[in-house]
Unconditional design. Structure first.
Length: 385
């Protein structure tokens, strides 16, 4: 048997195994639409903490959705973190109409902190809630989202709850890229295992990270990983390592965001985080790119350059990948033909992984919101794996 024959077997086998594991794992996750809202008004106080750095365009609709939440005891804290656009004006205008909004201004970043993490910690230090909900300045909530989430937390005695958001963007290639990136993250982190106390798997989501204030204090808050660019997942990791109970659920229709509007926006936006996903390891990047190539690029080329049984096996791998993407697009209520973009997106993923590593190494760190953060300092925070 030729090398290409065995590569076709490996490619098809990996594609089937990963797809099956993700499909079965997702079936084990809770959808918030299936969680009834807590029917009592005697619920714990929740402090919603929203960091904002140059968020003038998204701040108002996000805050309007928070104000519309039907939760009885809610504190709303917004941290304007060194914004240079109209964010401060938008916030002051909203506070004038809605006195419930508490605004804190940060003008300087102390050493040893990334900007967003410092803003989150600052907000937590000024919060009075029994639970802290960390979210972003572009997230739109359905009005019963928090009641449902708190009901799930109380019923399952959780210390930490994260929630996947629904991404609302147009365009076939962009959504195919989101499906690819999302599938990769699901494969790596297996969030359906976060609730299993015997498993070391964990999860955190920047759009919705709700943590009991006492648990947050016990780990030292965001100071435990003050210079790590993937703060949301690191929060889940540290909490799980300290023995706190957590779960990750799916917030479809109840938690929405327009994450990135174009492929270029996505590449620029996740560039700062990508090398960190590989724990700043060049061998890790090479291994990841090799896996992407074997599973998602080689099969199509195999169909073109091979014959006989080998071509059939490669063809099966291509077909199964397209069917998986078609299922994703049907879930998004988009035309199924958009799945063909999945033949292009693996090249973008490899480009993104390699470029992120090269730029981080070349500049000895990353630049985020106008501030440079040292690679050596980030490495000291420990890795995700």
């Amino acid at each position: 048997m030729s090398v290409l024959f065995w590569l076709s077997i490996i490619s098809l086998g990996l594609t089937l195994a990963v797809s099956l594991e993700i499909a079965l794992g997702m079936k084990r996750m809770t959808y918030i639409k299936d969680v009834p809202p807590a029917d009592s008004d005697d619920l714990p106080k929740v402090s919603i903490i929203i960091p904002a750095c140059n968020e003038a365009d998204t701040m108002e609709p996000a805050l309007q959705s928070v104000l519309a939440l039907d939760y009885p005891d809610l504190e709303i804290i917004v941290i304007n973190d060194r914004s240079t656009d109209r964010t401060a004006d938008v916030l002051k205008g909203m506070q004038h109409k809605h006195s419930r909004i508490k605004i804190h201004e940060i003008t300087e970043l102390p050493p040893g902190w990334m900007g967003k993490l410092h803003a989150l910690q600052y907000g937590a230090d000024h919060a009075k809630g029994e639970y802290l909900l960390f979210t972003d300045a572009d997230i739109v909530f359905e009005k019963s989202t928090l009641r449902r989430a708190v009901g799930h937390v109380l019923k399952n005695r959780l210390d930490h709850l994260s929630m996947f958001f629904e991404n609302k963007v147009a365009g076939g290639i962009l959504n195919a890229l989101f499906l690819d990136v999302g599938g990769g993250l699901l494969m790596l982190f297996k969030p359906w295992k976060a609730k299993d106390k015997k498993s070391k798997k964990f999860m955190g989501v920047g759009a919705f990270n709700m943590v009991k204030a006492s648990a947050y204090g016990a780990i030292g808050g965001h100071s435990a990983f003050a210079m790590h660019p993937i703060d949301d997942i690191m929060l889940g990791k540290v909490l799980k390592e300290r023995g706190f109970a957590q779960d990750c659920i799916i917030g479809e229709k109840f938690l929405q965001v327009k994450w990135y509007g174009t492929v270029r926006d996505l590449i620029d936006g996740v560039m700062k985080n990508t090398f960190a996903v590989y724990d700043f390891s060049v061998p890790g990047v090479l291994a990841g790119c090799t896996l992407i190539f074997v599973m998602n690029i080689l099969p199509l080329w195999g169909v073109i350059i091979t014959t006989g049984t080998t071509r059939l096996i490669f063809g099966a791998a291509v077909l199964f990948r397209l069917m998986s993407l078609a299922h994703g697009f049907s879930h998004l209520k988009m035309p199924l033909w958009n799945s063909v973009w999945g033949l292009v997106t693996p090249y973008i993923n490899i480009y993104l992984s390699i470029k992120a590593a090269v730029l981080t190494l070349r500049h000895n760190g990353i630049s985020w919101r106008g501030t440079h953060y040292s690679l050596d300092e980030m490495k000291k925070q420990g890795g995700l794996f």
